[in-house]
Every structure is written in structure tokens, then in C-alpha cells.
Design a protein around this ligand. Structure first.
Ligand code: BGC
Ligand code: BGC
Length: 634
């Protein structure tokens, strides 16, 4: 460990004030030390000094860049490395003092790292605890705290959960997407958490990919537009004001372009196409002021993004002028070759500024310190990384306001927030078939039978990244299921019965059946699918209701287009509802005609998996439903 000492800075021509002592690294190179002195002269709050007859005005640092330089100049190597260290909250449990010991500058809670009771207050308390340790360090640099608030503040029990991005893509409504992101920022602020790993601006090109639902759509145009809206909603016009939070465009880049849609796979493309399809969103995100960018696990032509100095430094930072910081994905550097020291050196030298890790922060810190002392990672690379991180913290207003503001707690899951999510649901629904105007339904129909495993399941309609990483079926959080939404909207005289497998339809005397089928929750690679086939229980439920001789309305709750098999032919009306989140009432409002359908497909719908990848603009484009398709009521 490099020792620090407190020495007196002696600006040659300026009066010395005994209180102006500053610690500098003894081991620092001469140039760095000179810089330190220059800067510290600025820090002196000494307005009346004179040199000869000329007054020398020395200001306190005023601009953010000056503040960053002044702070950086005071930091030891260990303090700098701490800023680059981004461990998960689960690994800090019971060892929160490590924040102080190691000067940890950034914490996250991964998909499975909820607080023990997962209440908003417990998150706020945890945030404040971390911040207390951070502000007790010598330089009192607050932490930035990241979470996957990707469709609302979705880890937290009772928070509003929005449709996943694929549904927002079908709304094609940037004002609404911005509002949704604002709500997310507000709910995050209630817990203190100030950094969302969102938006995902992947352009998913093959829906076998398990992360397709995190993508707004298959074209860069749509992704750019809604990505920018999302960033604006999270960061606001003045990031230093609450409730604005830091956004993170991810996953840079080509995550949605991998061969066969394999998660974390290889995007095999020439550079012109890579730029046109996958870089475009970042150009606009940077122009919109996005403060952070997360690197993709995937590779480009066999080279892992986490080691691509060309794409991280030459293109992103130098060519595109990205001034924020680059964060690695969860334990992603450990996928690079070699021992830990190689993995760290390679990724940091490529341009990663902050390293996200499930645990093992001590080995990261010790190894990086060794690498700098040996010269394998340069002091200037460290300074560049830390400068970027500190700058974002200043821009966020963290130094002035590090603690959670209880005023925002009551907004979490509020009805005002749910109203916006409900609008997102309504506008995301895509009507793909409507024979003989089966829809809209009259509210005073005598009897309705509802069936299907996704009709009465909040967890299934939220999908992955909800409460836990993979998500889960059942009543995992508060909200309205689609079945409940239907019950809420019909006239008092209408009977609504529910039969999961649809067997209750025969002889029930129902006038119409609504069967809600689709996927169960998954996240990341777990969701990769070679078949995109519907569950046999879904096919059975549709058949059972159909066999009762009544019109069947099928609602597909899924993270992507699926192969529809016999279902489409058996349905009188067919609606793609994507992963709508907690506000199932929005589905009922459109089915029963309070609102018209507005959604248009943000993905081309394949007839079979053999057609994949299938994207608008393909030479032999022959989808079941085209990109942009969507019916409305007359
Ligand atoms: C995912 C990221 C996510 C991170 C933190 C990774 O596995 O790829 O999208 O932000 O975990 O949970
Ligand atoms: C974490 C996620 C993370 C994933 C990556 C999970 O245990 O909770 O946040 O993305 O691991 O493998």
C-alpha cells in the first residue's frame, strides 16, 4: 500500500496558510505531483494575496471539472481503486464496514440481492447505512448505488412494474416512455438508489434470444428513439435535482445481434453493419447525455467486448466523445482469459472504468493495486477512470445530498404511478386478429369464461427481472391480474368464471372465452429458446374452450413473438400483450372498448423458427405479421 502523508503545499508565490494541508501520494510521478500542486493553489480560499502590487485571486473550485481535479489530486491510489470497485450488496452483508476499509465507491444490488423484507423502507435504510460508511472515509466520497430498475423499480415489493421494453416498443410513444422512466426514477429515489441499469438499448435481431423482451424492437430507429426518451425520463433535465437518477445504456454493443440469438454469444458482422444496427443507439444516447454505459458479455467477431480497446476506448470514448464512465457487466471480466490479474489488466486497459462483481472485491483491489505499482495499468488510466466516476457523482449532486429523501417513499406503487403504467399496457397491446369484430366485448355479456395459466398470475405477467432475477409465477408483488381486470370492468350482472385448463367451458353456458397463455418468467440465457414453441398446456386450454363452441379470444403473455401453431386458427381474436407488468387492468380496458388498440409490432412475427433471424428490410421478408402491423377497432 502506498503511504500517504500530509505535507504542506508551498505555492511559490503565494502566502502559505497553515490549514491548507493536503495529502498526496509519495509514490506519485513528478508530473502528477506538479499537477497536484497547481490544483491545490486553486483550492486555497485566499482572496487577498498579493504578489508585488498585483493581487492574486485564487478561487475555490467552481466548475465540476475543477472540483473533480481538486478531489482527484488529494486521493491515494487505494482511494482511487475503491472508486472503481463495484461489489454486490449481498457480498457486503455483515461486512458493511468494508466500505470504509476499502473506500468502496459504488455498490449494486443484483437481481437476487433484495433486502431481507424487501420493503421500500428497508432499501432506504440500507442505502443510508452504506452512505454513512462512505461519508465517514477520509475524503467522504459518497457511493453511487446501481440496480436493475429495468421496468420500474422492479426489485422492490409493491413498486409499480411497467411492461418490459418489447411492449413499450409497440407503443412507439416516446412521451409515454419518458414518463414511465420518470416514475421509475421517482420510485428509486424513495429508496435512495440513484443509478438504474437502464435503458437496455439492444437491437434484438433474433427472438430466440432470452433477452428479447429487454429490447424495444428489431430496428435501430425505434431503439434510438425510445432509448433517448428513457434516458431523459431517468436523468431529467438537471441530474443534480431529485428525483433524477443516473441512466446506463446497455449492453455495449451487439448484445442483440449474436449468432442464433445465443445469450452472451458472438455477433458476427462487418463493421459497417455493426455500426448501423448496434452502435446507432449509443450515438443518440450519448447525445442525450447518458452518464454511464455497461459493456456487453457478448463478443464481436470472436473478441469479447470487455477486452475490446478498439470499441471501448477508440470508438466509444474517443470517436463518440463519451465522457461518462464505462461499467463492466456482472463478473464479466472473469470470462476473459488468464488469471485474475490478466482479466483486470485487460479490461481496465481496454477502457472499463468500474468493475461490477458479485463478491471478491478484496482480491480485485489488491490485484489492481499491484498492477498499477508494476506499471501494467498506468496511473493515467486509473486517473481517467476515477475522473469519469467522480464527475458523474458531482453531476448527480451526490456530494451535496448523499442521503435518501423520505419524501419520495410514499410515491412507491402509488395510484398515480400505476395510472401511467396502465396507459403503457393499453398502448402496448397489439391486435393481430379480430374476426367478425369479436372485440371489443360488451361489458354486459351474460357469462364469460376465462382460462389459461397466465390469466391470474402477477408474476407471469411481469416476467423476469421482477422481485428476483429470473422472476417467478404467483403473487410475487402487488398489482392487478388480467382476470381481476376483467372482473373489475364488467357490469354487475355479468358472470366471470375461471378455469385454468379451460375444461370448465364445456356446458358452462358462457358466451365467450378469453384464454390467456404464454411464457413463464425467465431472464438472460435461461430464456434462450430454439423452438419458441407454446406450452402444450396452452394449446390444450385453447382447444378446451374452443370445443365448447364459443368464440375464443387468445391473449398471449410473452417476452417475444412465438410460433403460434394451431392457436391462431382456433382464435376468433388474438392479442399480443407482451409482459405487461402489474397493471392488468389496462388489458381489460382495451378488450372491453374503453380504449382502442394502438400497439404496432416492434418485431417481425415469424411463421416458423426456420425463418430466424427475420427482420424488416430482409431481402426475402415473409413474416406471419410484419414489423409495424397491428389492427384497431373501426
Ligand atoms: C446483466 C445486466 C445486469 C447485471 C446486474 C447482468 O447479468 O447482464 O443486464 O444489469 O447483471 O444485475
Ligand atoms: C444476479 C443478477 C445477475 C446474475 C448474473 C444473479 O445472481 O442476481 O443480478 O445478473 O446473477 O449471472
Amino acid at each position: 500500500m502506498i503511504k500517504t502523508t500530509r505535507i504542506l503545499i508551498l505555492p511559490i508565490l503565494i502566502l502559505l496558510f497553515a490549514t491548507q494541508t493536503v495529502a498526496v501520494d509519495i509514490g506519485m510521478a513528478g508530473a502528477v505531483r506538479r499537477k497536484t500542486r497547481e490544483l491545490d493553489t486553486k483550492v486555497l480560499d485566499h482572496k487577498n494575496a498579493t504578489v508585488g502590487n498585483t493581487p492574486v485571486v485564487v478561487n475555490s473550485p467552481v466548475t465540476i471539472d475543477e472540483k473533480v481535479e481538486a478531489l482527484l489530486a488529494k486521493m491515494t491510489l487505494d482511494e482511487k481503486i475503491g472508486q472503481m470497485t463495484h461489489p454486490d450488496s449481498a457480498s457486503l452483508k455483515g461486512r458493511e464496514e468494508d466500505i470504509k476499509t476499502y473506500f468502496i465507491g459504488a455498490i449494486l444490488s443484483g437481481g437476487n440481492s433484495d433486502t431481507s423484507d424487501n420493503s421500500p423502507v428497508s432499501w432506504a435504510d440500507q442505502y443510508n447505512l452504506y452512505q454513512t460508511y462512505a461519508t465517514q472515509t477520509r475524503l467522504a466520497i459518497p457511493i453511487i448505488y446501481g440496480i436493475d430498475a429495468v421496468h420500474g423499480h422492479n426489485n422492490v415489493y409493491g413498486a409499480v412494474v411497467f411492461p418490459h421494453n418489447i411492449g413499450l416498443g409497440c407503443t412507439n410513444n416516446e412521451t409515454l416512455v419518458e414518463q414511465a422512466a420518470q416514475v421509475t426514477a421517482e420510485e428509486m429515489t424513495g429508496t435512495g438508489i440513484n443509478w438504474a441499469y437502464a435503458p437496455c438499448i439492444a437491437v434484438a435481431r433474433d427472438e430466440r434470444w432470452g433477452r428479447t423482451y429487454e429490447s424495444f424492437g428489431e430496428t435501430p430507429e425505434l431503439v434510438k428513439k425510445l432509448g433517448v426518451a428513457h434516458i431523459k425520463g431517468l436523468q431529467g433535465t438537471d441530474l443534480s435535482q431529485k428525483p433524477n437518477v443516473v441512466a446506463c445504456a446497455k449492453h455495449y454493443m451487439g448484445d442483440g445481434g449474436t449468432n442464433q440469438g445465443i445469450d452472451q454469444g458472438d455477433t458476427v458482422l462487418d463493421e459497417t453493419s455493426l455500426r448501423a444496427i448496434h452502435l446507432a443507439g449509443y450515438v443518440d444516447a450519448i447525445a442525450a447525455g447518458v452518464k454511464t454505459i455497461m459493456v456487453s458479455y457478448s463478443s464481436w467477431n470472436g473478441i469479447k467486448m470487455h477486452r475490446s480497446q478498439y470499441l471501448l476506448t477508440d470508438v466509444l470514448k474517443n470517436e463518440l466523445g463519451f465522457k461518462g464512465f464505462v461499467v463492466s457487466d456482472w463478473d464479466a471480466i472473469n470470462q476473459l482469459t488468464g488469471p485474475l490479474s490478466n482479466q483486470i489488466a485487460t479490461s481496465i486497459n481496454a477502457g472499463v472504468d468500474m468493475v461490477m462483481m458479485s463478491g471478491n472485491y478484496a482480491s480485485f483491489i489488491n490485484t489492481l493495486r499491484d498492477l498499477v505499482e508494476q506499471g501494467t495499468v498506468s496511473q493515467s488510466r486509473i486517473d481517467d477512470a476515477v475522473r469519469r466516476i467522480l464527475k458523474v457523482k458531482y453531476e448527480l449532486g451526490l456530494f451535496d445530498n448523499p442521503f435518501e429523501d423520505r419524501n419520495y417513499l410514499s410515491g412507491i406503487g402509488s395510484s398515480a404511478h400505476r395510472d401511467i403504467a396502465r396507459q403503457c399496457v393499453r398502448e402496448s397491446l397489439v391486435l393481430l386478429k379480430n374476426n367478425n369484430n369479436t372485440l371489443p366485448l360488451a361489458k354486459n355479456i351474460n357469462k364469460i369464461i376465462v382460462a389459461g395459466k397466465n390469466a391470474d398470475d402477477i408474476g407471469n405477467q411481469c416476467g423476469g427481472w421482477t422481485i428476483s432475477w429470473q422472476g417467478d409465477g404467483g403473487a410475487i408483488t402487488t398489482g392487478t391480474t388480467i382476470l381481476q381486470g376483467i372482473k373489475n370492468i364488467v357490469s354487475t350482472g355479468t358472470t366471470v368464471t375461471y378455469s385454468v385448463d379451460g375444461t370448465g367451458a364445456a356446458g358452462s353456458g358462457a358466451d365467450v372465452g378469453i384464454v390467456v397463455i404464454g411464457e413463464r418468467p425467465y431472464a438472460e440465457g435461461t430464456g434462450d429458446s430454439e423452438t419458441l414453441a407454446l406450452d402444450t398446456v396452452d394449446l390444450t386450454a385453447v382447444n378446451n374452450v374452443k370445443n365448447a363452441g364459443i368464440p375464443v379470444i387468445v391473449i398471449l403473455v410473452s417476452g417475444r413473438p412465438m410460433i403460434l401453431d394451431t392457436v391462431l386458427a382456433n382464435a376468433s381474436a388474438f392479442v399480443a400483450a407482451w409482459l405487461p407488468g402489474t397493471e392488468g387492468q389496462g388489458v381489460a380496458e382495451v378488450l372491453f372498448g374503453d380504449y382502442n388498440f394502438k400497439g404496432k409490432l416492434s418485431f417481425s412475427w415469424p411463421r416458423s423458427v426456420d425463418q430466424l433471424p427475420l427482420n424488416s428490410g430482409d431481402a426475402d421478408y415473409d413474416p406471419l405479421f410484419s414489423y409495424g402491423y397491428g389492427l384497431t377497432y373501426p
